[in-house]
Design a protein around this ligand. Structure first.
Ligand code: CUA
Length: 335
């Protein structure tokens, strides 16, 4: 575990353990490079000053060994940095399969956190942050300790960005697609959560907290929230009211065929497309297929689905995708 330092707050994310060492590595490589480059510069400037009587005859025009060295060493260093950084990035982007899911929606100028497995919704507005702090209640995003959490982010309007310095985590939330990141908090506590992309007048109002509770505290927090918090929109209702059922079956024993692909167990399924390519169904494919159905059509079906772009709100769209994801998975659809 990294202690808080001059540079950074304490690191409490088990998935980003390499970040601080990488930072120190880059820092020291930079310091050493600075000393070597500037030291040589100063040395040569003094040695070859105009009044120096050093010999200037036959200056070398090339030096293979030197050129190979100054190409090879930086290349190796950059490859180390690339590997080191990518490893943690991938670890955070592809969270463990048993991760608890939280849907994060950025919006001018607050955050909404939906917990599909618990059927609760938390919000982080400036007023709520102040109120919860005053009442001694958990603020902002609330998660249990030592639990993998998968954040699926989207935006209802402009570009926002989730930034939790203590988790060494930063991820943009972007309109019209989902971005995924994850963490596993190793220590209970309250940590800063910023919006770190300028998103308009009250960008600074999107500052909030991540509250990491013990597993028991989290369970009772959820229980309490289930009774009083606003619950997320029900995806099954959106599915029914949008007429999806006219073409798509959702039951396990649906007969093959139909106008559109059967949706039971659709999430994570490998589908062959009319183009011959294969895709794995994920959040972004579902989203694209709802908003722009003819973009990637499953083999055996026609381009007959109308676009739902603009007909569903960001919230409804996400609820619908949560619902589809729950079909046929062991994690039952919420509500
Ligand atoms: Cu949202 Cu800055």
């Amino acid at each position: 575990m990294f202690e808080p330092s001059f540079w950074m707050p304490e690191s409490v994310n088990a998935l980003a353990q390499g970040t601080d060492s990488l930072f120190m590595f880059i820092l020291w490589v930079s310091v050493i490079s600075l000393v070597v480059v500037c030291g040589s510069m100063v040395f040569l400037a003094i040695r070859y000053r105009a009044s120096s009587d050093v010999s200037r005859a036959n200056p070398p025009l090339d030096h293979l060994g030197l050129e190979v060295t100054w190409t090879l060493i930086p290349t190796i260093i950059l490859m180390i940095v690339f590997y080191w950084g990518t490893r943690d990035y991938v670890r955070m982007s592809i969270p463990e399969t048993d991760a608890m899911e939280v849907r994060v929606m950025g919006q001018k100028w607050f955050w909404t956190f939906d917990y599909p497995e618990h059927g609760i919704r938390l919000q982080a507005t400036e007023e709520l942050n102040v109120k919860n702090t005053r009442e001694g209640r958990p603020v902002g995003l609330v998660v249990p300790v030592d639990t993998s959490v998968r954040l699926v982010g989207s935006s209802a309007d402009v570009l926002h960005s989730m930034y939790i310095p203590s988790f060494r985590m930063k991820k943009d939330v972007v309109p019209n697609r989902y971005t995924i990141t994850g963490f596993r908090a190793t220590k209970e506590g309250v940590y800063d959560f910023f919006c770190t992309e300028y998103c308009g007048t009250k960008h600074s109002g999107m500052i909030t907290k991540v509250t990491v509770l013990s597993k028991a505290e989290f369970a009772s927090f959820v229980e309490e929230a289930q009774t009083e918090a606003e619950s997320p929109i029900d995806g099954a209702t959106v599915f029914a009211s949008s007429g999806c059922a006219g073409c798509h079956s959702v039951s396990a024993d649906a007969p093959p065929g139909g106008i559109g692909p059967a949706l039971y167990g659709v999430f994570g399924r490998k589908e062959k497309l009319t183009t011959g390519n294969t895709i794995i169904v994920d959040e972004n494919y579902l989203r694209e297929s709802i908003e722009n159905p003819i973009a990637k059509i499953v083999e055996g079906y026609g381009p007959v689905m109308p676009s739902y772009a603009g007909r569903l709100s960001e919230e409804e769209l996400t609820a619908l995708i949560v619902y589809l994801k729950g079909l046929g998975s062991d994690k039952e659809a919420p509500i």
